[in-house]
Design a protein around this ligand. Structure first.
Ligand code: SAM
Ligand code: DTB
Ligand code: SF4
Length: 320
């Protein structure tokens, strides 16, 4: 889509915008289902990259300790619990620049994926940079979706990260697409960018072929010790406008109301769901940061008459 088209949608009168987003949502999705996705950091901290928002970068004193890669059995316990709690997607994240074929740790991750995919949840991983051969190995092991965010506009990206480029992110996304995995790609708002930068980020997503299967929209969680620790919170109406514009621009995507819900009111989240958000991270922890607990999310769902989305997987183990 053209930037001018996205700008025209984004700047519609607020109620017209969210009403239109709601109609688009109802044309493509059934009822009031919201997908529950559980996150697990399988390799925390000590990352070589300098992403200015991230508590896991080794370059900043954030208090996050570098840990070893979790073993398969340990991951399986968490995955089993996530399934019991009603999650239909399980996303494993690693604080790495990327993975290399043949590396013992990559082989261990493949083994973990093979086990977790037996549980019947959609398996997602976010492991940093990939080339085609690694992407193919992940797909073979059972990965449905690969999360790799472009995070912000191409113009603003160099203000946030210097150890890799926006083009590097796109190259990984191309490998994921070629290997036949779904692309989960979105970004973070609240990193000092303009509203136009946010739309430029969305414009890049609308040009993906195939389109992203899900679009996580994170609000920056300012991490002590990082260069972005003092950023002010995102305005809720700007967030809702961006969610609505994303829903209209990419109707087929799951739009995930991602990091930052701990600072959002119930009313703010309700507006975000009305505007087309239909997925959340579920469970009291994201990767290193806090997330609302399952009890408060279940209460919110009850009050808003939302229900967890049914799983969408081909596996015969898919029983949720
Ligand atoms: N290392 C891999 C990578 O960079 O793609 C995977 C893990 S990385 C932590 C995954 C995503 O989490 C980032 O791209 C970013 O969008 C999001 N994220 C990280 N820290 C965040 C923060 N403090 N606030 C909001 N989102 C954050
Ligand atoms: C995404 O877009 N958001 C998630 C997931 N993909 C991997 C991560 C949010 C991380 C929030 C900060 C933290 O927990 O350290
Ligand atoms: Fe490393 Fe990913 Fe954090 Fe960047 S976002 S520092 S690549 S873990």
């Amino acid at each position: 889509m053209q930037l001018s088209e996205l700008q025209a949608i984004y700047s519609m009168p607020f109620f017209d915008l969210i009403s239109r987003a709601r109609s688009v949502y109802l044309e493509h999705w059934s009822g009031n289902e919201v997908q529950l996705c559980t996150l697990l950091s399988i390799k925390t901290g000590g990352c070589s990259e300098d992403c200015g928002y991230c508590a896991q970068s080794a370059r900043y004193s954030t208090g996050v300790k570098a840990e070893k890669l979790m073993g398969t059995a340990e991951v399986m316990e968490v995955a089993q619990r996530a399934k019991e709690n009603g999650s239909t997607r399980f996303c494993m994240g690693a604080a790495w620049k990327g993975v290399r074929e043949g590396d013992a740790r990559f082989n261990q991750v493949l083994e973990t994926i093979r086990e977790v995919s037996q549980l019947g949840m959609e398996v997602c991983v976010t492991l940093g940079h990939l080339s085609l051969s690694e992407a193919q190995k992940l797909k073979e092991a059972g990965v449905k979706a690969y999360n790799h965010n472009i995070d912000t506009s191409p113009d603003h990206y160099p203000n946030i990260v210097s150890t890799h480029t926006f083009e590097d992110r796109l190259s990984t996304i191309r490998s994921v697409q070629e290997a036949g995995m779904d692309v989960c790609c979105g970004g973070i708002i609240g990193m000092g960018e303009t509203e136009e930068d946010r739309l430029k980020m969305l414009q890049v997503l609308t040009q993906f072929d195939p389109l992203p299967e899900s679009v996580p929209i994170n609000c920056l969680m300012p991490m002590p010790g990082t260069p972005l620790s003092e950023q002010p919170p995102v305005d809720i109406f700007q967030l809702v406008r961006l969610i609505a514009t994303t829903r209209i621009a990419i109707p087929s995507a799951k739009v995930r109301l991602s990091a930052g819900r701990t600072r959002m009111s119930r009313e703010g989240q309700a507006l975000a769901f009305f505007a087309g958000a239909n997925s959340i991270f579920y469970g009291d922890k994201l990767l290193t940061a806090k997330n609302p607990g399952t009890n408060s999310d279940l209460a919110l769902f009850e009050e808003l008459d939302l229900v967890p989305q049914k799983p969408n997987c081909e596996s015969s183990a898919c029983s949720v």
